[in-house]
Design a protein around this ligand. Structure first.
Ligand code: HEC
Length: 135
């Protein structure tokens, strides 16, 4: 009996720990990335300063086979972006993303990348529809 109480307590501590990690990764994204990479698809595309967050992840999904490769690219690119590394063609429209070195640590970025991979999805159909509306 006592043991099962201990297990329940341990589980809820672990669960709240994971929830907090998710929340804080999302918060980091909102604070440090969403200023440029908006989370909601904008209705007025002329005001965009960078590809919307889910659009970025659509291109990551097209370019890489595994989550590990996507994560590696995000962590590397955000700290050391170059035109050669950029996968999104919008680098031509928006210019190269400024390095976020000093704004976000590698550790934080690793959490943010995991959160982006798990939470920001966009289907091909949705992506094509958005491209249409830009014409
Ligand atoms: C000042 C605006 C700005 C901020 C802040 C910003 N970005 Fe970007 N980001 C851009 C622009 C513009 C591009 C598109 C051009 C390019 O690829 O360099 C881009 C592209 C990207 C790409 C695609 C790279 C590729 O291969 O094409 C990723 C991934 C990315 N950003 C992640 C992030 C993350 C994560 C953060 C927060 C830590 C962040 N960005 C903060 C402007 C920004």
């Amino acid at each position: 009996m006592k043991n099962s109480i201990k297990i329940v307590t341990l589980c809820s501590i672990l669960a709240s720990g994971t929830l907090f990690a998710q929340d804080s990764a999302q918060e980091l994204f909102v604070q440090k990335c969403a200023i440029c990479h908006v989370l909601k698809m904008p209705t007025d595309h002329s005001k965009m300063v960078a590809p919307p967050a889910r659009g970025v992840m659509f291109h990551m999904g097209e370019a890489f086979k595994s989550k590990e490769e996507i994560k590696k690219h995000i962590v590397d690119f955000v700290l050391e972006p170059t035109k050669e590394k950029a996968i999104c063609k919008s680098v031509k429209r928006f210019g190269l993303m400024p390095s976020q070195k000093g704004n976000i640590s590698k550790e934080e970025l690793s959490k943010v990348a995991d959160w982006m991979i798990e939470n920001l999805h966009m289907s091909k159909e949705e992506h094509n529809k958005n491209k249409e509306s830009e014409k």
